[in-house]
Ligand binder design. Structure first.
Ligand SMILES: Cc1cc2nc3c(=O)[nH]c(=O)nc-3n(C[C@H](O)[C@H](O)[C@H](O)COP(=O)(O)O)c2cc1C
Length: 343
């Protein structure tokens, strides 16, 4: 299937368009999102965004507004993205915005869906070193690799084993109550495993050198060992779908869940997670669930390579203990999300 390139235009976009024309397979279709995003359902999409000196692209912001208002506009699509900037900042931030907005409009994303290039291309130093080349060539190689994966991608395997990870107290947690509603809707044939990461079960990553991390990872472990290696790594290896149960703690994932993502680096060195789906159940007391969703996207989809199915997260707002189950319609939303996981 050919790719459809969605290019929000600004003064920098023509240069990226020329580069992509050279590197992408023949037969790509080009779309200016200012002319609308109708008729794209079921297609493979490559978002191509260029940021100006102010780290912005006004046409991209209009696209975000359109996507955020249009559930189902990109149903059945699978996508990846390239984001470039004149400066050193905002590429990842804008990429996460585009992924979340498109995802909630029905678009799935490949694992590791982003190639980003900061103005100096310094973010390609490591890749350039690994491939024995310069940064500009490493950038071009990354685009070619990403486009190839997008063209070849045939979808993840069916869900047979679900792993739910949390760091909450069962007796009081609204987030775990939401999970119970979802779990109740999963069919009997699906194996469900739950792992709780509380009370120092996961020591945060120590940041070993690349070679030390690779060394431990190749033996299926990590410098620290412990429950993360003995229990969590095997559970992640065995699952088809990872459901992250996330309470909003100061507009961020809780420390234990963050430590899990950091420690997963050792397993990631050994194995990519392209075939494993990532879901999120996110509960905030007040607001900010979208920030947690973006954190899951950058940590586990962009960095750790999990596949992001369309509408990957369910967000709820409940503060007082026991209040989530009283939210109007929450039981049906939980059941619907379980059906969605099985689609
Ligand atoms: C340490 C801590 C920080 C929190 N920070 C926020 C916050 O920044 N924004 C928010 O909307 N809710 C915040 N909350 C409220 C929780 O998100 C809320 O209680 C929700 O029900 C999920 O938590 P639970 O699963 O532990 O019940 C915070 C709660 C705790 C304990």
């Amino acid at each position: 299937m050919s790719l459809t390139v969605i290019l929000p235009k600004n003064e920098e976009s023509a240069a990226l368009a020329r580069l992509l024309e050279e590197l992408l397979p023949p037969g790509c279709v080009w779309r200016d999102p200012e002319e609308g995003l109708q008729g794209l359902q079921g297609k493979k999409l490559l978002f191509a965004v260029t940021l100006d000196q102010g780290g912005s692209n006004l046409s991209c912001y209009k696209m975000l507004s359109l996507l955020r208002q249009s559930q189902g506009l990109l149903s059945g699509c699978t996508a990846a993205l390239v984001v470039t900037a004149l400066g050193e900042m905002y590429t990842k931030d804008v990429a996460r915005d585009v992924v979340l907005a498109a995802n909630l409009a029905g678009c799935a994303f490949l694992g590791r869906p982003l190639v980003e290039a900061t103005g100096s291309l310094r973010n390609f130093q490591v890749q350039a070193h690994i491939h024995g080349t310069d940064e500009a060539t490493a950038f071009r190689m990354a685009i070619t690799e990403l486009a190839g994966r997008l063209v070849r991608w045939e979808g993840p395997p069916p869900v047979r084993r679900v792993l739910a990870l949390h760091a909450s107290v069962r007796a009081t947690s609204n987030t775990l109550a939401l999970w119970e509603l979802v779990k109740a809707g999963l069919p009997a044939g699906v194996a469900v495993e739950e792992v709780g990461l509380r009370n120092g079960t996961v020591t945060d990553c120590i940041g070993c050198s690349y070679t030390a991390c690779l060394h431990f990872g190749e033996r299926g472990g990590c410098f620290y060992g412990g429950p993360m290696v003995e229990e969590v790594f095997p559970a992640v290896r065995g699952c088809d779908a990872l459901v992250m149960l996330c309470a909003n703690y100061n507009d961020a994932l809780s420390a234990n869940l963050t430590a899990f993502i950091n420690r997963l680096t050792a397993l990631f060195r050994q194995k990519r997670f392209y075939d494993k789906r990532l879901y999120g159940l996110i509960v905030s007391g007040y607001s900010g669930g979208d920030i947690i969703a973006r954190q899951l996207i950058s940590g586990l989809n962009m960095n750790k390579s999990f596949y992001l199915p369309a509408r990957f997260c369910l967000l709820e707002t409940a503060n007082d203990k026991g209040s989530l189950v009283k939210l109007p319609g929450v039981e049906e939303r939980g059941r619907a999300f379980a059906r969605h996981i099985m689609e």
